[in-house]
Design a protein around this ligand. Structure first.
Ligand code: GAL
Length: 406
């Protein structure tokens, strides 16, 4: 009898705890916005860089534009101590991670950190495998608000289970954390990670070029902007994106060496695709042009739209793809992405088109409803959908319009 009681109790405890753990709700209801150290600084991270970046986020107007997370990528780690606790590299972070989190929080911002589901991170530092609950507890004690969780050194691990373990560990530690899955899309996280993380990478690493593939020694590649946009088109991943769970097209390369038009196209496409807007440049020292792109309020509003519907490619006109994103108030964002080097003149007769969503229930018929056409780069209304709109999309650039419902 006693034995049966124990089994029943055991089953009850198992059932209640196994359904208890979940990702933190109410976070990343719109795509996360912030900055990450990796694209520009690689392993050269330290507390001065992070503090100065937090200062710059405020002073540049980025905070006001919506950027919130200051994220340290790989290479902040020291060794594990004798109790297995992860420590920081004391030369790079002499004041410790808690003090750094306090500093970032004092600016009204949030601090993110990086770990890995395997035994070691991609740069060879200690990963969280076997230490998930202990590491999550440490992050909570430090006051960490965002965790990017990578996938190096994970031979023999199944991605879904490994990411669920860290999700549950974060939940057990109790401090709300945006959980960013960095598995490069290999195991198709869009199919299973809706309840696991708040965003999932869909590709290998980005590279600051418009359409190149950069081949590394060792047989792996980094990818230009259009390569990432195209990478998962066969899987039609837009249908899996929505509030609290986003396709992550990788941290941005705006301000990292591309031409202005390419940077504009990159930024606006990340906005159209609901990607997290995580700047990857040195925001302490950026050109006015870069700052203006990153802080364009009306393009950011497209990304942060509460409806959370990712754009689809409606059609291609020669070298130019036409992308459509329904917005919460009945407006529509439309982007014309020119992949060629040549300028493309377009005379777009709206009433010849019906934008029908291939996955959701949106349909926009311009013979039925009129919209004003607002150019989001110039901030000017340039016409109405009852007339044709004539414009030029420069080579390797993008025009973005908000169609304002009348
Ligand atoms: C890669 C990841 C990059 C960066 C790097 C750090 O796996 O995709 O974004 O985090 O590891 O080593």
């Amino acid at each position: 009898m006693k034995k049966i009681a124990f089994i029943v109790l055991g089953l009850f405890v198992f059932a209640s705890t196994s359904t208890m753990a979940q990702k933190f709700d109410g976070l990343a209801e719109t795509p996360p916005m912030g900055w990450n150290s990796w694209n520009e600084f690689g392993c050269n991270v330290d507390e001065d860089l992070i503090k100065e970046t937090a200062d710059a986020m405020v002073e540049s107007g980025m905070k006001e534009a919506g950027y919130e997370y200051v994220n340290i990528d790989d290479c902040w780690h020291g060794e594990r101590d004798e109790d297995g606790n992860i420590t920081v590299d004391k030369e790079k972070f002499p004041s410790g991670m808690k003090a750094l989190a306090d500093y970032v929080h004092s600016k009204g911002l949030k601090l993110g950190i990086y770990s890995d589901a395997g035994y070691t991170t991609c740069a060879g530092y200690p990963g969280s495998r076997g230490y998930e609950y202990q590491d999550a507890q440490t992050y909570a004690e430090w006051g960490i608000d965002y965790l990017k969780y990578d996938w190096c050194d994970t031979e023999g691990l199944a991605a879904e289970g490994a990411y669920m373990t860290m999700r549950d560990a974060l939940a057990a530690a109790g401090n709300p954390v945006v959980f960013s899955i960095c598995e490069w899309g290999t195991a198709h996280p869009w199919e299973w990670a809706d309840d696991v993380g708040h965003a999932w990478r869909i590709s290998g690493d980005i590279y600051p070029c418009f359409d190149c593939e950069y081949k590394h020694e060792g047989g792996w590649s980094s990818w230009g902007v259009t390569k990432i946009i195209d990478m998962r088109k066969d899987q039609e991943i837009r249908q899996y994106s929505g509030p609290g769970h986003w396709n992550d097209y990788d941290m941005m390369e705006v301000g990292n060496g591309m031409k202005a038009g390419e940077d504009r196209a990159h930024f606006a496409m990340w906005a159209m695709l609901n990607s997290p807007l995580i700047a990857g440049n040195d925001i302490r020292d950026m050109s006015d042009q870069t700052r203006k792109i990153l802080t364009n309020e009306e393009v950011i509003a497209v990304n942060q739209d509460p409806e959370g519907v990712e754009a689809w490619r409606y059609t291609v006109m020669d070298s130019t793809g036409v992308w459509v994103k329904p917005l919460a108030d009945g407006d529509i964002a439309v982007a014309f992405l020119n992949r060629s080097q040549e300028d493309h003149e377009i005379n777009f007769t709206w009433t010849n088109h019906v934008f029908g969503d291939p996955h959701f229930d949106y349909s926009f018929d311009f013979t039925e409803t009129e919209y004003l056409v607002r150019d989001l780069w110039s901030g000017k209304n340039i016409g109405s959908t009852q007339k044709s709109t004539r414009f030029t999309v420069p080579g390797h650039d993008l025009n973005i319009y908000r169609l304002i419902k009348q």
